[in-house]
Design a protein around this ligand. Structure first.
Ligand code: G4P
Length: 531
């Protein structure tokens, strides 16, 4: 296949949601539509169950299984759709943030009763940083929820994005009648339907048509007419360019569990979502159509079997064609590698592939050569930007319980942090290791893996930090005075960058005020910009 055809055909995206909003259910329904799975429940079984929070072995097992669903590819309507799975569990949020660097657009799922929730805001912040195009799916319309206009206002206000409904609900909960497709001008009548794919769609080109009253009753028909008038008055017409710029998000309503409203979502997604887009490097922007192969690693998955310490590095292809058994340049290590078994994932199946194209994600078997953010090229030395570490939210000091195993502990914690399980900061005196994560669960996972995979026994003691901020400045004098004043709260990250461990928001604000020439970065993204 020619590169240009392959690029045009691909749609690589992620589904994001606050836990429980319906991400897994929606993913599964999309796979059913695409014919990639035959039965409901297939994706669900791979999910990290919320009830298992303290059972880390179970979680590790489930993480292992979820390798298979890290990327789910299927064909629909002539397009190859790559869904990149994002862990639902909030303690794995950083995994999700990084996966978002490898997608070209996202579908955000909102629970109509809960509206915008904490995780929704955080995930959208990451999308906004990169102007990722967003489609919003308001789910669970079969349940009582917030008024649709109130929800739209809340979305605009809290997510800092304009919205544009493309479908509109008629009633909700027990009185949910269906959705009206504003653009195609047809009515999709609701029926609880968990497995089948057919829907009852009636074309209503003019909402004044009395057929609308026959189908949903006078009251609902009247309400719909009024509401559509308001929508057309308040919201600008949908503009694809603005969607692609990440400025406006089209909104759909439906019920994932009932398989309702998914068809409209998927069909519109196919029509408007971007084909693979380019990425910035420290040298220049790379476009998918550039003939030479480039790609970056955004996720590393450890092998479950402790006897085999190999891992899978997930590579997003940005340009050119990736080929099996061809030598590629690992920029950070300045070494060439070839990959005899690059793996692709088609829903539940894994298979070795000979070639892959921009937008694709391939799994590379790795014996410890890769770190998140690594770039592969055909020889050129450059790094992709935009694969940042985010400031952790929970900090603990790592204490070695067995002095004879300090080497193993060191190796283990370095490898685990390369995988992105956590971040590590070194603090003086004594080169103490502060481990930072976004979730409590990670500490259990680390402790368990250090003992099981590296034979190193450790303990964590809580540290009362609020945020880790990377510091840069041109003003050496101010930096010296800051180091003098805050020495106790300064650390180095693994690459030797200076980090301020702030104990409270207040102290961070004070530092920003007192040292206006210092920049306090909340993500490590600046590293490439200052290189
Ligand atoms: P997540 O991945 O975002 O965490 O959410 P998930 O799909 O697991 O959905 C969370 C719960 O919401 C599930 O119920 C699911 O069945 C339900 N759900 C999803 N879509 C809809 C919908 O359109 N309407 C209604 N009423 N419920 C929906 P659960 O009780 O946690 O799991 P299960 O026992 O149903 O599998």
């Amino acid at each position: 296949m020619k590169n240009s055809e392959a690029i045009e055909k691909r749609r690589t995206f992620g589904i994001i949601a606050h836990p429980d909003a319906g991400k897994t259910t929606l993913t599964e329904k999309l796979l059913l539509f695409g014919g990639a799975i035959q039965t409901a429940g297939a994706v669900k079984n791979n999910k990290i169950k919320k009830t298992a929070t303290s059972d880390f072995m179970e979680i590790e097992k489930q993480r292992g299984i979820s390798v298979a669903t890290s990327v789910m590819a299927f064909e629909y309507s002539g397009k190859q759709i790559n869904i990149l799975d994002t862990p639902g569990h909030k303690d794995f949020a950083e995994d999700t943030y990084r996966t978002l660097t490898a997608v070209d657009s996202v579908i955000l799922v909102i629970d109509c009763a809960n509206g915008v929730e904490s995780q929704t805001e955080k995930l959208m912040e990451v999308c906004r940083m990169r102007n990722t195009p967003v489609i919003i799916f308001v789910n669970k319309m079969d349940r009582e929820g917030k008024d649709a206009f109130t929800l739209l206002d809340e979305l605009e206000e809290k997510l800092d994005i304009k919205v544009r409904p493309l479908t509109w609900p008629i009633g909700m909960g027990d009185r949910f009648k269906g959705v009206y497709n504003i653009y195609d001008k047809n009515l999709n009548l609701f029926q609880a339907n968990k497995t089948k794919r057919e829907e009852e769609i009636v074309s209503i080109k003019n909402v004044e048509d009395p057929l609308l009253n026959d189908l949903v009753g006078d009251q609902f028909a009247g309400e719909l007419r009024e509401e559509l008038e308001i929508i057309n008055g308040v919201y600008d017409d949908f503009n694809r360019e603005r969607y692609l710029e990440g400025e406006v998000a089209p909104v759909f309503f439906g019920s994932a569990v009932n398989n309702f409203g998914i068809q409209e979502l998927l069909d519109t997604f196919i029509r408007i979502s971007p084909s693979p887009i380019g990425r910035e490097t420290d040298l220049r922007r790379i476009e998918p159509s550039d003939p030479k192969f480039t790609g970056f690693v955004f996720k590393i998955h450890a092998n479950l079997d402790p006897k085999h310490r190999d891992r899978i590095a997930f590579l997003r292809i940005v340009s050119g064609k990736f080929e099996r058994n061809k030598f590629y340049h690992h920029v950070r290590l300045d070494k060439n590698f070839k990959f005899p078994n690059p793996t692709s994932f088609m829903a539940q199946d894994k298979s070795v592939i000979d070639e892959a194209f921009p937008g694709d994600v391939v799994g590379l078997y790795d014996t410890g050569n890769f770190k998140i953010g690594d770039t592969l090229t055909e020889g050129e030395n450059m790094y992709f930007k935009g694969i940042p570490s985010f400031s952790p939210e929970i900090f603990m000091e790592l204490e070695n319980l067995d002095p004879l195993k300090s080497k193993q502990l060191d190796k283990g914690i370095h490898q685990l942090t390369d995988e992105g399980v956590a971040q590590m900061f070194m603090i003086q005196p004594g080169n103490r290791k502060i481990v930072g994560t976004v979730g409590q669960l990670q500490f259990e996972v680390i402790q368990y893996r250090l003992i099981n995979e590296y034979g190193a026994n450790c303990r964590f003691s809580p540290k009362n930090y609020f945020k880790a901020c990377w510091i840069t400045t041109e003003n050496k004098e101010q930096l010296d005075s800051f180091i003098k004043a805050k020495g106790n709260h300064l650390a180095k990250d693994k690459d030797g960058n200076l980090v301020f461990l702030a104990e409270t928001q207040f102290l961070l604000n004070m530092a920003e005020q007192d040292y206006p020439e210092l920049v306090f970065h909340k993500t490590s993204e600046f590293k490439l910009e200052t290189n």
